[in-house]
Structures are given as C-alpha cells and as structure tokens.
Design a protein around this ligand. Structure first.
Ligand code: HEM
Length: 521
C-alpha cells in the first residue's frame, strides 16, 4: 500500500516537473507582457476572486495597458486600454477573432456549433451569415415593429397594475419579461409572459430559470478549463450541472422545432404558405437549405441559433435596462431632464414610438453612460489568438485567451473624470460629432457596448431599440421613487459577476402615473 502511494506520488511529481520543463522551454526567449507573479501549475488562478473583472482591473492599474496572466495551463492577456483594444479587435482581428472551446461552451452551445461561442472558421462564418442575411435584416426586424409596440404597451399595463396594488414595482421582473417576450415573439412566434400566454406562465418561468443558470455557467471561470485534473474531480459538480442544463434546454428547443414543423405540415396540407411578415425566426430557419446540398438545416444547427439569439438578446438588454433605471432613480436630476426631453419631443398625449428614439439625445446619453459604468458583460465574450503575434512589442503566443475588460475601460481614470459619478452630460455631442449621440463605440474606443471587428454584435441595432424603447416608455409614463424609507442614494449598486453583470439585488421602485392616455390606443 505504502509502495503504491509512493509510486503514485512520484509519478505525479515527475509529470508536473515534465510539464513545467516543457512549458518553460517553449517560452524561452519570449518577451511576455508584464503581470503578477505566478505559482507553479495553477499560475494566477488562485489570485482571482468572485469578481474577476475587478481583480483584472487592479492588475491593469498596477502593470499597465497589457497584462499577462497564466491561468493553469492557459496563457491569457487582459487590457482596459482603447489603443490595445483597437489593435486586437480591428488591426489584428484575423489573429484574435477566435473563441476558446470552454466546457460550458461545448455543453451549452451545441458543441460550439453556434455563432457566439464558435471558434473562428468556415462553420462560424456560415452560421453568422445566416444570422445577418436571413434573421437580423432590417426588413425582417421592421416586420416585428408592431410586436415591439405591443410589448411596450404590455410593460406599461403591467407597471400600472402593480402600482395600483400599492406595491413597489420589481423592475427586474418586468424588464426581463419585456426583453424575453420581444425575443420569443420574434423567434418563436409567441409571447412567454402575460397577455396571450395565460396558462403558460409556468413554462415561461422555468425557461427563464434555465436561461439564467446557463448564463451563470457560461460566465464562470471554471477551473476544469484550466487544470485538466480538476475536471476529473469536479468537486462542485459544475460539469454535471452543465449537462443537466444542456438536456433541459435541448428539450425546450426540440419542442419548439416539433411545434413549428407540425404547423408547417398542416399549412402545406391546406396549400397555404406563411407570408414573409408572418414568419418567425424558426419558420425562416426551417425554410433554409442546409450544407452540402441538404434540403434543410440540421435540427442541431437551428437549435444552436435559437439558443444564441435568446441568450444574446434577452439578458444583455434587460440587465442594461435595470442598471439604467437604478442610476436614473438614484439621480432625480437626471430623471427630470429625461422627462423634460420626452415632453418636448413626444409630449404626453401619445405613447413614445420607435421613430422618436433618434431624437431623444439626452436619453441616448443616459444609455451610453449606463454602458460606461455597467457594461452588459464585464468582459467581451473571451477571444482567443489563432497564431503567435505581437502587441505593444510583447509576444503573445498562439492560443492566448483575451479578456477585454469593458468594466475597467469604463472606469479607467486615465480616460474618464469622476469615474463613479453617473453623468450622462459627458456624452452630449459637440458640433464636430454632427449632433447625433451614437450608442455603439465611437472612433475613440472608450466605450464598447457591442464590441467591434469580426465578432462585433450582429444584433446591436435591435439591442439599442429594446433598451431605448423600454426606458423611454417607463420614463414617459411614470415618475419613479425609491421604495418607502429609502433615499435615492440608498439604492444599492453592487454587481455580481457572470457572462452578464446584473445588480446583486433586484431593483424595487415606486411608480406614479404621469400620463393618462389609453395604452391600447
Ligand atoms: C443591449 C443589448 C446587447 C448588448 C449590450 C450586446 C453586446 C454584445 C457583445 C459585447 C458581444 C461580444 C462581442 C465580442 O466578443 O467581441 C455580442 C455578441 C453577439 N451578440 Fe449581442 N448584444 C446585445 C443584443 C443582441 C441581440 C438583440 C442579438 C440578436 C438578436 C445579439 C446577438 C449577438 C450574437 C449572435 C453575438 C455573437 C457574435 C459572434 O461571436 O460572431 N446581441 N453582443
């Protein structure tokens, strides 16, 4: 027994020593960027807390614009610097536009067979082209404008109902339902929460719960991705959890595809065909030819795309909306200015419409300031380098994981004054900007809500509409106050880390009607 144990310990020791020697040898002569001291085997992994974006922000402050980390067996860099980010996303996007195959991505994105988590390659290119040319086209998105207006009315009705009952409104709940309904109407042809969906509330809640769990797992820095030995042990059952969520989500997607196929069969038996305006995204995907001469896309490809759209479009917009509401209610001065603008541009006699949104410059500054302080995700989705390259004259090996810290970018004191103050005015356009407030990144790369380059968000125009429409509607129709007993500045702004970065506690606020038009007019 003692002999066997000694043998195992010696073998492990020899293995670790061999790995270290090989690793050091392959890095001979490399001029890696500066970074914190690393431990053998684990590297910097144990220096990361439950808020890694803050840890990496502190490293950027200490070591400069480009920081090297070793995460177990994986090279990683992080940056909060606009010039380095521009170099990574634009000038060298051929080298940095891939994605790591993390275990969460393999389990939760159909083996990385989607768009958002797929490594760079012909498969990603084809799936992204399907999104751009068949789903997120201006024509198709315009066809859903009526549904979006209906969801804005539903949002007002829901807040009125809760306010009339004397409750403080749980803004997380109503904003999550707004985003989810908008996405599922477009994607699946049905509203999940409220209205038409009476009776399906349980299914909706279950689906929201799995989606949140999926986000948590996707955002996690899972040790098994960096230390293969950890995977064998999996002491917290993370991979088991990933498999369970994978199965539950797949069941949901299978049901959706079956329902759509059944509907298509029934229509074809009646000799009918849906018009372009009536087709939801699943109908569109079912109508497209597959690869290599196949008549249709594979079910798994359709599922991966549905999954991406739901994951990419719902939490991003509802988390942003909750932060914007929290910051505006914390700053009554800003609320007054937003409402003065709405009164001047839209008035109080009719609901705000999508065509008004371009003219709401101050509200657009509010959204930009929200993205500066609370980007939807603390990092862009991690990128990965496909070949050895150089940044700021440092060597970056192939396979390096890239953490672009958008949280630290927005709070970088070298770029912004009063970083912790919510000051939308700082984004007011000068005459040189042409007077329009752009919400996506500008030429200075100081805010990056939708990224840039090959991997930039293909849903940005729609995301902007979801955010502006919800906020304009809520600020036009209601005055907002903190719950009884709290002052505006008491509203908590602690965040939790994940693929998105929500407020730690759901936002509760008191709503008082300020317009009285019939929302259904
Ligand atoms: C406020 C709303 C939104 C925000 C803040 C947002 C932000 C982002 C960000 C930061 C990325 C990562 C880019 C990178 O890694 O470099 C991304 C990727 C992506 N987004 Fe969005 N997004 C939003 C809404 C949407 C919507 C509405 C859709 C589609 C319906 C969408 C679809 C995608 C997809 C498919 C990707 C992956 C692109 C790729 O890897 O090629 N997003 N988004």
């Amino acid at each position: 027994m003692v002999m066997a144990l000694a043998w195992v310990l010696t073998s492990v020791g020899v293995l670790v020593a061999t790995v270290l020697v090989i690793w050091r040898w392959t890095r001979r002569g490399l001029n890696l960027p500066p970074g914190p001291r690393r431990w053998p085997v684990v590297g910097n992994l144990l220096q990361l807390s439950s808020l890694p974006h803050k840890d990496l922000a502190a490293y950027s402050a200490a070591y400069g614009p480009l920081v090297y980390l070793r995460l177990g067996g994986v090279d990683a860099i992080t940056t909060d610097d606009p010039e380095v980010i521009r170099e990574i996303l634009l000038r060298q996007d051929d080298a940095f536009a891939s994605r790591p195959r993390t275990l969460a991505a393999v389990h939760l994105a159909y083996g990385c067979g989607d768009v958002a988590l797929a490594p760079l390659g012909p498969k990603w290119k084809r799936m992204r082209r399907i999104c751009m040319e068949h789903l997120l086209t201006t024509r198709r998105l315009d066809a859903f404008a009526g549904h979006r207006a209906a969801e804005a009315r539903h949002l007002v009705a829901e807040v009125r109902r809760r306010a009339a009952a004397g409750e403080a409104v749980n803004l997380r709940e109503v904003l999550a339902a707004f985003s989810m309904n908008n996405v599922t109407r477009m994607l699946l042809g049905k509203q999940l929460f409220g209205g038409e969906s009476v009776g399906a509330e349980e299914e909706a809640l279950e689906f929201m719960e799995i989606t949140h769990e999926m986000f948590r797992l996707l955002g996690m820095i899972y040790l098994g991705d960096y230390l293969p030995a950890w995977r064998w042990v999996d002491p917290f059952g993370c991979e088991r959890k990933m498999r369970e969520v994978e199965r539950r989500i797949d069941d949901f997607h299978s049901r959706i595809i079956d329902q759509h196929k059944k509907k298509a069969r029934e229509m074809s038996l009646q000799g009918a065909a849906p018009s372009c305006g009536e087709m939801d995204f699943v109908d569109v995907l079912l109508s497209l030819p597959g690869e290599d001469g196949k008549d249709h896309l594979d079910d798994v490809e359709i599922k991966a795309l549905i999954q991406d759209m739901i994951a990419a479009a719902t939490d991003t917009s509802s988390v942003t909306n909750e932060w914007a509401m929290a910051e505006v209610i914390r700053n009554p001065r800003v609320l007054r200015k937003v409402q003065e603008e709405l009164d001047a541009v839209v008035g109080r006699g009719r609901p705000v419409a999508e065509t008004d949104l371009a003219g709401l410059s101050y509200l657009r500054c509010v959204v930009r300031e929200t993205f500066r302080m609370h980007p939807a995700g603390p990092f862009l989705i991690p990128h990965e380098s496909t070949r050895p390259t150089k940044l700021l004259n440092y060597d970056v090996p192939a396979g390096t994981r890239v953490f672009i810290n958008t949280y630290a970018l927005g709070r970088n004191p070298r770029l912004w004054e009063d970083v912790d103050e919510f000051l939308p005015e700082r984004h007011l356009p000068t005459a040189a900007d042409g007077g329009r407030v752009e919400i996506s990144h500008g030429p200075d790369f100081k805010i990056l809500p939708f990224s840039a380059g090959k991997r930039k968000c293909p849903g940005a125009p729609l995301g902007v509409v979801f955010v502006l429409m919800a906020l304009a509607t809520l600020f036009q129709c209601f005055d907002w106050f903190p719950p009884e007993g709290l002052l505006p500045e008491d509203i908590d702004t602690t965040e939790v880390y994940g693929m998105t970065m929500p407020k730690a506690k759901p936002l509760l606020a008191v709503a008082r009607a300020r317009v009285f038009f019939d929302v259904n007019q």
